[in-house]
Design a binder for this molecule. Structure first.
Ligand code: AP5
Ligand code: MG
Length: 205
């Protein structure tokens, strides 16, 4: 299965992608996570990304497309993946169309009031990368959870604006291709996952 998870910052893309990865055996590809790893390792991409991420802007399309193209070229990934945070612009979607054929696009629809609050409460485990909102220590790895540098009020507002202007048009882009499935992202994590599971099992005996 070749999937895309589409949604605003904090809509639950990462959370749901992790569950899909575990239950459907797909490779979870998060461009945000890859960029943050580059940042941590101070690679060339990381050095370029730092100020862009902290402003809430997007990295250049060409750079991110190359990153994803590279990963999708791997035999074990090419027909079994869930993309989280990519594509994010029409240009990226058009480039992706040239690389592979997508089966389904899940749009997690949720209001900004919910997502802003979620993002401000989010803490991530530096080791297993799981996110939490109700604890300061990872229950699996027993290390202190960290906050993302772009999870502050000013950057969040700018990320929302960028989403509205550059990413939201993808909803129509994929609707026109008959690939779009919308889920209600305001429900609990489990309830959102149930909606996704239903869509992914559709057509299966
Ligand atoms: P990225 O890392 O993709 O961030 P984002 O799109 O802003 O989304 P988030 O990761 O903040 O939210 P999410 O939807 O994953 O929510 P989560 O599951 O964590 O991108 C970061 C930056 O990298 C970009 O700004 C850009 O600069 C750059 N970048 C990345 N991709 C790029 C691209 N393609 N092109 C160019 N630049 C790119 O959930 C949030 C919190 O809520 C968690 O604590 C979670 O536990 C909780 N939660 C989730 N669902 C629920 C629920 N249903 N109920 C209650 N709580 C919930
Ligand atoms: Mg995420």
């Amino acid at each position: 299965m070749r999937l895309i998870l589409l949604g605003a910052p904090g809509s639950g893309k990462g959370t749901q992608a992790q569950k899909i990865q575990e239950n459907f055996n797909l490779v979870h590809i998060s461009t945000g996570e890859i960029i943050r790893e580059n940042l941590k390792n101070k690679t060339q991409t990381g050095l370029l990304a730092e100020s862009i991420i902290n402003k809430g802007d997007l990295l250049p399309d060409e750079l991110v497309v190359e990153m994803v193209k590279d990963i999708l070229s791997k035999q074990e990934v090419k027909d079994n993946f869930v993309l989280d945070g990519f594509p994010r612009t029409i240009k990226q979607a058009e480039a992706l169309d040239k690389i592979t054929q997508i089966d389904k696009v899940i749009f997690i629809d949720v209001n900004f009031d919910y997502t802003k609050d979620r993002i401000l409460k989010r803490r991530t485990c530096p080791l297993c990368k799981k996110t939490y909102s109700d604890t300061l220590v990872c229950p699996n790895c027993n290390v202190t959870l960290i906050m993302r540098s772009d999870d502050n009020e000013e950057t969040i507002n700018s990320r929302f604006k960028v989403y509205e202007e550059q990413t939201k048009p993808l909803v129509n882009y994929y609707k026109q291709k008959n690939l779009l499935y919308k889920v209600d992202g305001s429900k609990t994590i489990e309830q959102v996952y149930k909606q996704i599971e239903f869509i992914l099992n559709e057509g299966k005996v």
